[in-house]
Design a protein around this ligand. Structure first.
Ligand code: DC
Length: 228
């Protein structure tokens, strides 16, 4: 693992799909003057690339070979968002389709894919001052991070949030379809053999069900005060 700048130690935020990790993590990073990395986008990019190349996502070795070929980079915009480039093309806008949602858990369960992504995540963390968001950041990617947060909410709350996102984008998807897809993703993410979704032993659990967005960010700032 590359040396981490100890004066700007990383923050790990994990949690299930649509627990608010990305939006909260981004706002939190801005407040503390850190960069932000949403690692889910990296697995989504690998999934989009596999689909785009007509690869059967249940074929582990074919997926692994494709991702080894994929030339990708993550760029931070001035507003702190992440853009993902594959072979020099910005594919960020294509990574939240229902097709990618439905296949990303399979791709993320391929060991070789995780090795490639984790290596890049650790390289980026080595540059210091980063809030990294995902499923296994506190447990696997950055086990020495002094602040580990696990954001959570019930599957129903999360499906309602995702449904609202689709409506805001003008995309029509039935609520039940989203709920089923999310339940399935939770199951695969938390039961996979490699790096399953689970809080690190020393993670602080933040339940966001009854909290407004700003309240969650404030809570994180409060937790960071003692540590960063
Ligand atoms: O956070 P998200 O929904 O954008 O993540 C997409 C998928 O990527 C999710 O189903 C699990 C996987 N993922 C992972 O396995 N490890 C991470 N660190 C981040 C995401």
């Amino acid at each position: 693992m590359p040396e981490i700048e100890t004066n700007r130690p990383p923050v790990a935020i994990d949690g299930p799909a649509v627990s608010g990790k990305s939006s909260v993590g981004n706002a939190f990073a801005e407040r503390i003057g850190y960069r932000f990395l949403d690692t889910g986008l990296m697995y989504r990019a690998a999934t989009w690339y596999a689909i785009e190349n007509s690869i059967d996502v249940s074929e582990c070795s074919a997926v692994a070979q494709a991702v080894e070929r994929m030339v990708f980079s993550v760029v931070n915009t001035d507003s702190g968002d992440n853009l993902i480039f594959i072979n020099g093309v910005d594919v960020t806008g294509r990574l939240h389709s229902i097709e990618v949602d439905n296949s990303v858990s399979s791709v993320a369960s391929v060991g070789r894919v995780r090795e490639i992504m984790v290596a890049e995540q650790r390289r980026l963390a080595g540059e210091g001052g980063i809030v990294m968001v995902g499923r296994d950041i506190g447990s696997v990617v950055l086990p020495d991070a002094p602040l580990k947060i696990y954001l959570t909410a019930t599957v129903k709350t999360r499906a309602i949030r995702r449904h609202r996102d689709f409506i805001n984008q003008g995309v029509e998807v039935e609520f039940e379809v989203i709920l089923k897809s999310m339940e399935q993703r939770d199951l695969v993410d938390s039961s996979r053999a490699i790096s399953p979704l689970k809080p690190a032993a020393d993670a602080l659990i933040v339940d966001t069900d009854d909290l407004l967005f700003d309240q969650v960010v404030d809570r994180l700032i409060e937790l960071a005060k003692d540590v960063l």
